[in-house]
Design a binder for this molecule. Sequence first.
Ligand code: TYM
Length: 410
Amino acid sequence: MAEVEKQVDDMKIEENKNDEEEDDVNPWSVVSKSDKGVDYDKLIKRFGSTKIDQVLIDRIALLTKQTPHRFLRRGIFFSQRDMHRLLDRVEKQKPFFLYTGRGPSSEALHLGHIVPFIFTKWLQDAFDVPLVIQLTDDEKFLWKDLKVEEANRLAIENVKDIIAMGFDKDKTFIFSDINYIGSCSEFYKNMLRVQKCVTFNQARGIFGFVDTDCIGKISFPSIQAAPSFSSSFPHIFGNKKDIPCLIPCAIDQDPYFRMTRDVAPRLKYPKPALIHSTFFPALQGAKTKMSASDPNSSIFLTDTKNQIKNKINKYAFSGGCATIEEHREKGGDCDVDISYQYLTFFLEDDEQLEKIKQDYTSGKMLTGEIKKVLIEVLQEVVATHQENRKLVTPEIIKEFMTPRKLKYTF
Ligand code: TYM
């Protein structure tokens, strides 16, 4: 199938500065100008990616013989780069691998963090491909007020949550930058190659670095770029340099990969393909994403049933009206209602979701009622996760994190 994607100079596009009117979306903060949240269509234009359309979704369904994941059906994964080119390879039975990651800045992940992991798990099962997961404990050491040992400890804590998502041990390699990079010269060589291709001026344009930023931050993007290249993992891919990857992530991580895609051809490596999600919003409303640094904005995977109930009842922004009478008459606004937004991410049943939308919009369903549905759904998601996490032993962690051959032949 012909790839109808814009051939853009990735590096030039991202150097366009944010003006006052635009949402601020970067790897470290997401702030929208509107109550409805980030304007994703505008963001696609600004970043130069491509909207995911029904043609792509149908093609994925055809090739995987799977019902598309609810994140695809509902536009939660909404943007992509080079997906058709990747699927052309799948059609020819040529391999690819998946690459995703986590910056371990907190003990517990929140529900937003698991969105890309849920989808990555689905992609791994649907395409039956190997996966590498990078834990950027070095990034968090550089950016946060954390000791290097503490950042490394958080990485291992977070690995438990990641393994609990159900990844296939035989096909998944999880690594902490602090532990892996020193032991793999091929990874380090790729970091160096990337570092040599990107000037300080370009890095400043892409990431907004300022003169007072430490030099560790300025070279860090090369570390997040390196796993995009198969030669960074000789234990998995041998000496193959030409196996492309697909990176599922929220769109805040795109600057790293615009840089990577710009550099790749100069290193004679394939460009990584990307598939981007929207943000799981903060409880207080879609102006910002859920963030680990504000506990009241987030539901964590460590929260108890009661904490989940209380946070939703107290903080979840309502699109309902001020009084029951007014609500019955005018109905609620699902576009800004956080309970409805959260259900689009976590309620599997399309028909039930549609009925909730109709009933809430018409005023038949009240804010307390939609919150009750959400509380039950999220209590179940978090409780199941906590059960799975209990089963993750130190031996299992060690297996996932040991550089080794994966059960996949290239
Ligand atoms: P981190 O730890 O900030 O986030 C981990 C993953 O979760 C996504 N994410 C969200 N998705 C939906 N809604 C939210 N509210 C939300 N908050 C975060 C992020 O986009 C990310 O996919 N530097 C990265 C770690 C990393 C990485 C990667 C991520 C290294 N290599 C490759 C993705 C792909 C970071 O700090 O992610």
